[in-house]
Ligand binder design. Structure first.
Ligand SMILES: [Zn+2]
Length: 389
């Protein structure tokens, strides 16, 4: 098996961004080339390369901190007017879930200023909008934000149809078919960014979590369902159908004969990745091969206590996870894959899966990192806050 190198470039990347910020803060009129910035950044980050500087600047550009300009045929980067105020900007994020709705306010450095959580009103569209509006107003007030200096993002299951602006695929069914963003904007009198909750997870981890520093980050949710989101240089890859990263309802790749046709999925297909890699999927597979009817977390606990049937179930699961991720690597080739959701908290995946996926990845070596989320349950709401950045 090839060794899996784990380049720890995330702290270095962040040090570099910090150095560029400090330089721009003290030289507001400076505009410099990538090579020029690399030259003075060497003092802060030893042997920094132009590629590293370009990656850092691209991330800062996505956050609106620097702008790319053409200076007589030469590409230069300069501080934006917005960058100076960025530290004072308060980013409000809302995670609108089926059972609870959470709000967070972050300062320009990603520090949490306010957090509040309420039960989501059941099946009552107007009450849900009213709650979201109240939570946002409260977070704005309690964070001490100055008027006009806040951004608002909302993460929720499902996605907005580009064609109609209506939400679809939400498990809060009263939101489906409704113009959620338009109605929220009308109620709040301001722009609102709205994205799928898995995209918010990926954005949170790519911005200042376990995927920080990666050019391309694939965020994976392994929970009651299986979802995913792709972030490219600090921006969510939404896609023309707004389904970028939705891998859970692709079929399990390289299936064996006994894996076909697979269990029925709620989406109407059979053998979807979700039917294998969700918590209920693991539980079903465990039972199909003769194990007890147990929830996934119990199978994981029994495996830790060396129960042979549960150990075997985890081995089947991690091999399928490796296949499913190899498929993604062959298409998107992310620098980092971040796992979230209840089934991401199994230590062995982070060693076993990168050993296994080399068999299916179409490359002589695989440098992709597989890492556990850094922000846990907070990733959804943090990512929502970063949406409007
Ligand atoms: Zn499906």
């Amino acid at each position: 098996m090839p060794e899996q190198p784990a380049p720890e470039h995330a702290p270095r990347h962040e040090t570099l961004i910090g150095a560029i910020r400090r330089y721009l803060a003290t030289h507001p009129a400076a505009a410099d080339t990538v090579e020029g910035i690399a030259g003075w950044a060497v003092g802060a980050v030893a042997s920094v390369t132009a590629d590293e500087v370009r990656t850092a600047l691209t991330h800062m550009e996505a956050r609106g901190e620097v702008a790319r300009r053409d200076a007589g045929g030469t590409e230069v980067f300069a501080r934006t007017d917005a960058a100076h105020g960025a530290r004072g900007t308060v980013r409000i994020g809302v995670d609108l879930g089926g059972s609870k709705t959470e709000v967070i306010a972050l300062d320009g450095n990603g520090r949490e200023l306010v957090r509040r959580r309420e039960p989501t009103p059941h099946n009552d569209y107007d009450a849900i909008l009213a709650l979201v509006a109240t939570l946002i107003a409260g977070a704005e007030r309690d964070s001490g934000a100055t008027p006009g200096n806040t951004t608002v993002g909302v993460g929720t299951p499902g996605s907005l149809s580009r064609a109609t602006g209506l939400l679809r695929g939400s498990n809060s069914v009263c939101l489906n078919g409704m113009p959620v963003r338009r109605d929220l904007e009308a109620r709040l009198g301001r722009a609102v960014a709205l994205a799928n909750d898995a995209n918010c997870f990926a954005l949170s981890e790519a911005t200042d979590g376990a995927g920080q520093g990666g050019d391309v980050v694939f965020g994976v949710i392994l929970g009651t369902g299986v979802g995913g989101g792709i972030v490219v240089r600090g921006r969510v890859l939404d896609g023309c159908n707004s389904i970028g990263g939705e891998w859970g309802h692709n079929p399990l790749p390289w299936p064996t004969d006994d894996e076909r046709p697979g269990a029925e999925c709620f989406c109407g297909q059979r053998g979807c990745i979700e039917t294998w890699l969700s918590g209920p999927g693991m539980a079903r597979d465990h039972q199909v091969v003769g194990g007890d009817a147990l929830p996934a977390h119990e199978i994981v606990a029994r495996a830790a206590a060396h129960d042979a049937a549960s150990v075997a179930s985890l081995a089947r699961y991690e091999e399928r996870l490796a296949r499913a991720l190899a498929h993604v690597i062959n298409i998107v080739d992310p620098d980092v894959i971040v796992l979230g959701g209840g089934l991401s908290n199994v230590d062995r995946w982070y060693k076993s899966v990168p050993r296994l996926w080399t068999r299916w990845v179409f490359s002589d070596r695989v440098d992709t990192k597989l890492v556990r989320h850094a922000h846990g349950d907070s990733s959804g709401v943090r990512g929502a806050a970063w949406l409007a950045a």
